[in-house]
Design a protein around this ligand. Structure first.
Ligand SMILES: Nc1ncnc2c1ncn2[C@@H]1O[C@H](COP(=O)(O)OP(=O)(O)O)[C@@H](O)[C@H]1O
Ligand SMILES: [Mg+2]
Length: 208
Protein backbone atom coordinates (compact mmCIF):
# COMPACT_ATOMS: atom_id res chain seq x y z
CA UNK A 1 0.00 0.00 0.00
CA UNK A 2 1.36 3.42 -0.82
CA UNK A 3 0.78 7.13 -0.95
CA UNK A 4 1.78 8.88 -4.17
CA UNK A 5 1.25 12.62 -4.39
CA UNK A 6 -2.33 13.19 -3.27
CA UNK A 7 -3.30 9.56 -3.87
CA UNK A 8 -3.56 7.50 -0.71
CA UNK A 9 -4.01 3.76 -0.14
CA UNK A 10 -3.15 2.78 -3.69
CA UNK A 11 -1.74 -0.50 -4.98
CA UNK A 12 0.27 -1.21 -8.14
CA UNK A 13 -1.39 -3.99 -10.14
CA UNK A 14 1.04 -6.08 -12.21
CA UNK A 15 -0.28 -7.19 -15.61
CA UNK A 16 0.72 -10.52 -17.20
CA UNK A 17 1.75 -9.11 -20.58
CA UNK A 18 4.78 -6.83 -20.19
CA UNK A 19 6.83 -4.39 -22.19
CA UNK A 20 9.22 -7.09 -23.44
CA UNK A 21 6.28 -9.13 -24.76
CA UNK A 22 4.92 -6.13 -26.62
CA UNK A 23 8.37 -5.27 -28.01
CA UNK A 24 8.68 -8.83 -29.32
CA UNK A 25 5.29 -8.48 -31.01
CA UNK A 26 6.36 -5.23 -32.67
CA UNK A 27 10.03 -6.12 -33.32
CA UNK A 28 11.20 -2.78 -31.93
CA UNK A 29 11.98 -1.15 -28.57
CA UNK A 30 9.77 1.39 -26.90
CA UNK A 31 11.34 4.80 -26.36
CA UNK A 32 10.67 8.51 -26.40
CA UNK A 33 12.12 10.80 -29.05
CA UNK A 34 11.70 14.22 -27.44
CA UNK A 35 12.01 17.09 -29.93
CA UNK A 36 12.63 20.51 -28.34
CA UNK A 37 13.23 23.92 -29.86
CA UNK A 38 11.81 27.32 -30.61
CA UNK A 39 8.46 27.83 -32.27
CA UNK A 40 9.07 27.51 -36.01
CA UNK A 41 12.29 25.52 -35.59
CA UNK A 42 10.75 22.54 -37.39
CA UNK A 43 9.70 20.25 -34.52
CA UNK A 44 6.37 19.20 -36.02
CA UNK A 45 7.94 18.89 -39.47
CA UNK A 46 10.61 16.53 -38.12
CA UNK A 47 8.03 14.60 -36.07
CA UNK A 48 5.90 13.97 -39.17
CA UNK A 49 8.83 13.12 -41.39
CA UNK A 50 10.19 10.72 -38.78
CA UNK A 51 6.76 9.16 -38.27
CA UNK A 52 6.44 8.58 -42.00
CA UNK A 53 9.94 7.08 -42.28
CA UNK A 54 9.35 4.71 -39.35
CA UNK A 55 5.94 3.72 -40.70
CA UNK A 56 7.47 2.87 -44.09
CA UNK A 57 9.96 0.62 -42.27
CA UNK A 58 7.13 -1.18 -40.49
CA UNK A 59 7.81 0.47 -37.12
CA UNK A 60 4.97 1.67 -34.89
CA UNK A 61 5.29 5.25 -33.69
CA UNK A 62 2.93 7.88 -32.36
CA UNK A 63 3.32 11.64 -32.31
CA UNK A 64 2.51 13.73 -29.25
CA UNK A 65 2.53 17.27 -30.63
CA UNK A 66 2.38 20.11 -28.15
CA UNK A 67 -0.10 22.21 -30.12
CA UNK A 68 -2.38 19.21 -30.74
CA UNK A 69 -2.37 18.15 -27.08
CA UNK A 70 -3.44 21.64 -26.08
CA UNK A 71 -6.65 20.91 -28.02
CA UNK A 72 -7.54 18.19 -25.50
CA UNK A 73 -5.49 16.74 -22.64
CA UNK A 74 -3.86 20.09 -21.85
CA UNK A 75 -6.54 22.56 -22.86
CA UNK A 76 -6.90 23.68 -19.26
CA UNK A 77 -3.30 24.99 -19.27
CA UNK A 78 -1.96 28.35 -20.39
CA UNK A 79 1.59 29.55 -21.03
CA UNK A 80 2.70 30.86 -17.66
CA UNK A 81 5.72 29.10 -16.20
CA UNK A 82 3.81 26.68 -13.93
CA UNK A 83 1.37 25.78 -16.71
CA UNK A 84 4.26 25.10 -19.09
CA UNK A 85 5.81 22.88 -16.42
CA UNK A 86 2.57 20.94 -15.90
CA UNK A 87 2.12 20.68 -19.68
CA UNK A 88 5.52 19.03 -20.01
CA UNK A 89 5.05 16.80 -16.96
CA UNK A 90 1.77 15.42 -18.33
CA UNK A 91 3.19 14.83 -21.79
CA UNK A 92 6.21 13.16 -20.20
CA UNK A 93 3.91 10.78 -18.33
CA UNK A 94 1.89 10.01 -21.46
CA UNK A 95 5.09 9.50 -23.48
CA UNK A 96 6.31 7.09 -20.81
CA UNK A 97 3.11 5.06 -21.21
CA UNK A 98 3.51 4.94 -24.99
CA UNK A 99 7.13 3.80 -24.60
CA UNK A 100 5.95 1.12 -22.17
CA UNK A 101 3.41 0.09 -24.79
CA UNK A 102 6.42 -0.64 -27.02
CA UNK A 103 5.97 2.32 -29.36
CA UNK A 104 8.48 4.85 -30.57
CA UNK A 105 6.81 7.87 -29.09
CA UNK A 106 7.71 11.13 -30.84
CA UNK A 107 7.03 14.13 -28.59
CA UNK A 108 7.38 17.54 -30.23
CA UNK A 109 7.02 20.46 -27.87
CA UNK A 110 8.89 23.73 -27.36
CA UNK A 111 9.54 22.52 -23.77
CA UNK A 112 11.63 25.62 -23.01
CA UNK A 113 12.77 24.78 -19.48
CA UNK A 114 15.68 22.41 -18.97
CA UNK A 115 14.48 21.12 -15.60
CA UNK A 116 11.10 20.15 -17.09
CA UNK A 117 12.74 18.18 -19.92
CA UNK A 118 15.16 16.59 -17.46
CA UNK A 119 12.15 15.63 -15.33
CA UNK A 120 10.76 13.69 -18.30
CA UNK A 121 14.17 12.13 -18.93
CA UNK A 122 14.18 10.95 -15.31
CA UNK A 123 10.83 9.21 -15.82
CA UNK A 124 12.46 6.83 -18.34
CA UNK A 125 15.25 4.37 -17.68
CA UNK A 126 18.09 2.91 -19.75
CA UNK A 127 18.59 5.79 -22.16
CA UNK A 128 15.08 5.47 -23.51
CA UNK A 129 14.70 9.26 -23.59
CA UNK A 130 16.28 10.59 -26.74
CA UNK A 131 16.42 14.35 -26.75
CA UNK A 132 16.57 16.05 -30.13
CA UNK A 133 17.47 19.74 -30.10
CA UNK A 134 16.29 21.77 -33.08
CA UNK A 135 19.20 24.19 -32.93
CA UNK A 136 17.86 26.76 -35.39
CA UNK A 137 18.73 30.44 -35.00
CA UNK A 138 15.87 32.60 -33.76
CA UNK A 139 16.24 34.68 -36.93
CA UNK A 140 15.44 31.61 -39.08
CA UNK A 141 12.37 30.71 -37.00
CA UNK A 142 11.20 34.29 -37.03
CA UNK A 143 11.74 34.60 -40.77
CA UNK A 144 9.59 31.48 -41.34
CA UNK A 145 6.88 32.63 -38.90
CA UNK A 146 4.53 29.97 -40.30
CA UNK A 147 1.82 30.81 -37.77
CA UNK A 148 2.38 34.58 -37.67
CA UNK A 149 3.09 34.35 -33.94
CA UNK A 150 6.49 36.08 -33.92
CA UNK A 151 4.93 39.11 -35.60
CA UNK A 152 2.28 39.24 -32.88
CA UNK A 153 4.87 38.71 -30.12
CA UNK A 154 7.12 41.48 -31.50
CA UNK A 155 4.08 43.77 -31.59
CA UNK A 156 3.41 42.95 -27.93
CA UNK A 157 0.11 41.23 -28.78
CA UNK A 158 1.30 37.88 -27.37
CA UNK A 159 3.01 38.04 -23.99
CA UNK A 160 5.48 35.46 -22.71
CA UNK A 161 6.45 34.14 -26.14
CA UNK A 162 9.44 31.79 -26.06
CA UNK A 163 12.53 33.39 -27.59
CA UNK A 164 11.05 36.88 -27.48
CA UNK A 165 10.03 37.69 -23.92
CA UNK A 166 10.20 34.23 -22.36
CA UNK A 167 13.38 32.14 -22.06
CA UNK A 168 14.44 29.07 -24.02
CA UNK A 169 17.04 26.97 -22.22
CA UNK A 170 18.95 24.82 -24.75
CA UNK A 171 19.82 21.25 -23.72
CA UNK A 172 23.28 20.59 -22.28
CA UNK A 173 23.23 16.85 -22.86
CA UNK A 174 21.01 16.07 -25.85
CA UNK A 175 21.48 12.89 -27.87
CA UNK A 176 20.87 14.52 -31.26
CA UNK A 177 21.24 18.08 -32.51
CA UNK A 178 19.77 19.35 -35.77
CA UNK A 179 21.85 22.23 -37.11
CA UNK A 180 22.21 24.23 -40.27
CA UNK A 181 25.17 23.45 -42.50
CA UNK A 182 26.69 26.43 -44.29
CA UNK A 183 23.56 28.40 -43.46
CA UNK A 184 21.25 25.77 -44.95
CA UNK A 185 18.77 23.74 -42.93
CA UNK A 186 18.70 19.99 -43.65
CA UNK A 187 15.56 18.86 -45.43
CA UNK A 188 12.79 17.17 -43.39
CA UNK A 189 13.86 13.86 -44.93
CA UNK A 190 17.49 14.43 -43.90
CA UNK A 191 16.48 15.41 -40.35
CA UNK A 192 14.38 12.24 -40.06
CA UNK A 193 17.32 10.24 -41.44
CA UNK A 194 19.59 11.56 -38.71
CA UNK A 195 17.18 10.37 -36.01
CA UNK A 196 16.43 7.06 -37.72
CA UNK A 197 20.17 6.31 -37.98
CA UNK A 198 20.52 6.94 -34.24
CA UNK A 199 17.57 4.63 -33.47
CA UNK A 200 19.01 1.98 -35.74
CA UNK A 201 22.52 2.21 -34.22
CA UNK A 202 21.14 1.99 -30.68
CA UNK A 203 19.02 -1.05 -31.51
CA UNK A 204 15.57 0.52 -31.14
CA UNK A 205 14.40 -0.79 -34.53
CA UNK A 206 14.65 -4.44 -33.44
CA UNK A 207 13.48 -6.18 -30.27
CA UNK A 208 16.67 -8.08 -29.39
N1 LIG B 1 13.93 21.36 -42.53
C1 LIG B 1 13.19 22.37 -42.97
N2 LIG B 1 13.52 23.04 -44.10
C2 LIG B 1 12.77 24.04 -44.54
N3 LIG B 1 11.64 24.49 -43.92
C3 LIG B 1 11.27 23.87 -42.82
C4 LIG B 1 12.02 22.78 -42.28
N4 LIG B 1 11.42 22.36 -41.14
C5 LIG B 1 10.35 23.15 -41.00
N5 LIG B 1 10.25 24.04 -41.99
C6 LIG B 1 9.18 25.05 -42.14
O1 LIG B 1 9.22 25.88 -41.01
C7 LIG B 1 7.93 26.19 -40.55
C8 LIG B 1 7.78 25.81 -39.11
O2 LIG B 1 7.90 24.40 -38.97
P1 LIG B 1 7.13 23.60 -37.83
O3 LIG B 1 7.49 22.18 -38.01
O4 LIG B 1 5.68 23.96 -37.84
O5 LIG B 1 7.83 24.22 -36.53
P2 LIG B 1 7.48 23.99 -34.99
O6 LIG B 1 6.62 22.77 -34.89
O7 LIG B 1 8.81 23.84 -34.34
O8 LIG B 1 6.79 25.24 -34.55
C9 LIG B 1 6.95 25.45 -41.48
O9 LIG B 1 6.48 26.34 -42.46
C10 LIG B 1 7.82 24.38 -42.10
O10 LIG B 1 7.38 24.06 -43.38
MG1 LIG C 1 4.72 22.49 -34.08
Amino acid sequence: MATVGNSTNIFWHECPVGKLDRQRLLNQKGCVVWITGLSGSGKSTLACSLGRELHSRGKLSYILDGDNLRHGLNKDLGFKAEDRTENIRRVGEVAKLFADAGLICIASLISPYRKDRDGCRAMLTDGNFIEVFMNMPLAVCEERDAKGLYKLARAGKIKGFTGIDDPYEPPLNCEIEIIQKDGVCPTPYEMAGQVTSYLEDKGYLRDE
